[in-house]
Design a protein around this ligand. Structure first.
Ligand code: PMV
Length: 363
């Protein structure tokens, strides 16, 4: 809890100056986990460490207009329309953690957000949208504390900490390329409270990886991630899962450093299947994969066997398949997607994404 104290002490507790008004804007990406975070305790503390690729094309773009006011005011617009349901989540976050951001009680905030990926793509937007909002909030605070000169002055550790409190996996979205969230003896400086960047620890091949997201269904999930995490509490396999995840972290960290694609593939696919296996043996049990998820998996494995191209799949908490592969194989894999895999996609839809550079300042 060292960080909590540091940020409580450092929080701007002064009077917001008269005439303080303006607008900040941040684009922040989604991320795809390789070792999955599934199960939590306390205030968004993960039961095991996780590692993800930061994406590039799937982003939220969030603008926060602020103005000095007598009392706290808040409105939230999504895609140009007021959206009180989503706004309530951000407002609750601000109220729950107002000790860290007491200055918001002297501000009127108007948030406008949009996603670069379609609403019906089944891609969760909480990691990108919450991290984009937190980047804006911290930039406003930075302006109150001292002059802002953009990203360089924003404390990414702090952004990760508060993104985590807003939505667990969002902690990993604020770093370029790859991030590790959760304390592990295999990485010095790792923490349950915030993610750390792996950018300087990974082989160059992973810095330009592609993630082609094959849309099997755009429907809203029947069981939310929040409910899924909660069901891990009674899951008899939970202790074995957490031990296995720690082992996978150790081996994946080593493979990321050396560029060992066989180990990368083995761990990534096993993690995806384990995540869904945990759902199937929760009580009540549930299944988020669809028949075409399995069809895609077998086509991908068959293609890898035949061509020896080191591509592999992972899954999020949903039916869509993330196809991961190195940049140099992109032409052949895209041909494969277009000639075979699109048949199993909902209306032939897929999203071409790749490893990205983290949040970008828009204003
Ligand atoms: O951050 P949450 O609460 O939406 O949970 C994310 C869970 C997974 O996406 C399935 C795994 C992960 O590590 O991102």
């Amino acid at each position: 809890m060292e960080m909590e104290n540091k940020w409580l002490i450092e929080a701007f507790k002064g009077t917001v100056p008269d005439g303080f008004r303006g607008k900040v804007g941040w684009a922040s990406p989604s991320n795809i986990a390789l070792v999955k975070y599934w199960g939590k305790r306390g205030k968004q503390i993960p039961q095991n460490p996780s590692i993800s690729f930061t994406l590039s094309e799937c982003r939220s773009e969030t603008f926060v207009a602020y103005e000095k006011a007598e009392t706290f005011g808040f409105r939230f617009f999504f895609d140009g329309k007021e959206n009180p349901a989503f706004g309530a989540k951000i407002e609750k976050f601000l109220l729950d953690y107002q000790a860290f951001f007491p200055f918001v009680n002297q501000l009127n905030l108007m948030v406008e957000s949009r996603n670069t990926f379609p609403h019906s793509s089944g891609i969760a937007s909480s990691a990108s949208s919450m991290s984009a909002f937190v980047m804006g909030l911290i930039e406003i605070e930075t302006m109150l504390v001292g002059p802002s000169t953009g990203l360089g002055t924003l404390d990414l550790c702090k952004a990760s900490y508060f993104s985590r409190l807003a939505s667990g996996s969002a902690a990993r979205s604020v770093f370029p390329k790859m991030a590790l969230w959760g304390a592990t003896p295999y990485y010095e400086g790792s923490s349950d409270e915030y993610a750390v960047s792996l950018e300087n620890d990974i082989h160059p091949v992973f810095k330009t990886y592609h993630d082609s997201i094959l849309i099997v269904s755009g429907e809203t999930k029947s069981v939310s991630s929040r409910a899924g995490h909660a069901l891990m509490e009674g899951n008899p396999y939970a202790p074995a899962r957490y031990a296995q995840a720690n082992e996978n972290i150790k081996n994946l960290l080593a493979a990321l450093t050396t560029g060992d694609s066989d180990t990368f593939i083995n761990i990534t696919e096993s993690e995806a299947l384990q995540l869904h296996a945990l759902m199937m043996c929760s009580n009540p049990s549930y299944i988020l994969m669809k028949p075409n998820t399995l069809n895609l998996i077998s086509e991908i494995r068959r293609f890898r066997e035949e061509t020896k191209i080191p591509l592999c799949f992972t899954l999020d908490a949903g039916p869509n398949v993330h196809l991961l592969y190195p940049e140099k194989e992109a032409d052949r894999v895209v041909d494969f997607i277009q000639s075979v895999l699109v048949t199993y996609c909902n209306e032939g839809r897929w999203i071409a994404d790749n490893v990205g550079d983290g949040p970008k300042k828009l204003l």
